[in-house]
Write a protein that binds this ligand. Sequence first.
Ligand code: GLU
Length: 561
Amino acid sequence: MNFDQLAEMLFPNVTETPEDLERRYPPRNLPEGAKVTRFAPSPTGFVHFGGLFPSTIGERLAHQSGGVFYLRIEDTDAKREVEGAAEGLIRTLAHYGIHFDEGAILGADGKICDQGAYGPYRQSERAEIYHVYAKQLVKAGKAYPVFTTQEELDALNAVDKKAEIKSKNWQEDSGNRAEEQQKQREITIEEVAENLRAGNPFVLRILADGDPEKKIPFTDLIKGTLEIPENDEDFVLLKSDGIPTYHFAHAVDDHLMGTTHVVRGEEWLPSLAKHLMLFRYLRFKLPKYLHIAQIMRLDENGNKKKLSKRDMGANMDDYSRMGYAPACVCEYIMTLLNSNYEEWHAQNPEKPYTEFPFNIKKMSNSGCLFDFNKLNDVSKNVISKMTAEEVTSQVTEWALQFDPAFGALLQNDPAYAQTIFAIGRGGKKPRKDLATWADAKGYMGFFFDELFRIEDQIDATFEKTDIRKALEEFLATYDPADEMQVWFDKIKAITDKLGYASDMKAYKADPAAFRGNVADVSMFLRVAVTGKQNAPDLYTVMQILGEGRVRARIQKMIDSL
Ligand code: GLU
């Protein structure tokens, strides 16, 4: 077989050479040790938690090393593409602080466009580039065409959209495969010419030289040292429409775009032998690989399951609706990514996570466990350190979108909202009431008459007359101008008058001697004023509510008894 002639017949319009492309996309001029990473999603839907995870790794590795992080859109499967998914993906990632230095970006018109010298960054626009390397492989006798008639192809496609890759069944049936593969490899130049004349489509297959009995030693930066059986499958490089398969596009793109570290899901590990073969055939330098394990979750029975697309917590857009602040989600991801993150954070509470020395070696190779409880804990910590102003503005923004009536209340008097959110903030031990912005309404809704209601009842063991007396006495002596100590001394005086104990020590020594204690009296007041048994500091609450509201609520409680 004359391979030069075959290459010309298959790719008559390809005039460029790999050398031309190498010149057009020269190695990047970056400092020693700088990593070039990418996120390479297929635009087939929303951003999954399992997508934010690797993109955070890629982003950290690149930006921590003074390198480049870019976005490549892998849109070679038009049938699976979802309109607007790529644009949505860029927006969602930006919401979580994932910014790309280069690649597909959102233009001013809200549409995708390219930024950077290594594009195009959408695979659907790179057909000519792939064909240059395809032609080279044919010339080197390392790839060959397999023809079908258009009718055959249509019939196969009607059954299964991936049919052409599986065509003639040999991939499925390894018994026949070697034989079928051998037959197809023996196509003659005359047969090729005849098929081309008839206008028959072809797929381009690699000519595999591997022996699965032999193993290639391979080091994955997460999985460690592996033994990969060599590839003997003549897998498809170009589909019949000239579009590359993932394998071929991966090799060409990551080479030309200068990727140093490929971060991707472990579902690609079984294909690695194919990629090693391609990089070898094409004489490309192999990048480093990080194959990351699937994220797990616990099911109702406490068993570990893969976090699937349909699971709660999978779709990143849900987090916005649930009111998780991006900063909290990012912080949580860091705790999942590196086992020593929390320790570092405890030692450096003021530093942003971007200053954490992220280390590949500290990553789990068996899959992290996604857990809402942990996310909520992390989130409460993060929010407890925000300023009241920041919390007010974020809660308001969230509420205006997802709970407009509440949003309107907050927006109506931002200074009032901010005073409320300032309660217990600052100090060494800030309050940790909010895990999400959606928690805000339950926490501080009682500050608004529109939302105030009695949620917790006063324990039925207390005499109604005691409660009424306590509330009436409070109203009789209440003066909003009182300092906290004076205010509390008045409550203590009421307590003693009722036959309750104002001295907790005395109460604990002999509870039977009293009808109750000062904490109970405070609780009567708290329920009357906030509708809850648990609320922030009551003195502060009353100060913020103001005399009118305090008196009206206490009176209402008295009337209801
Ligand atoms: N488009 C591939 C995917 O979404 C990318 C894998 C990779 O990062 O190489 O799985």
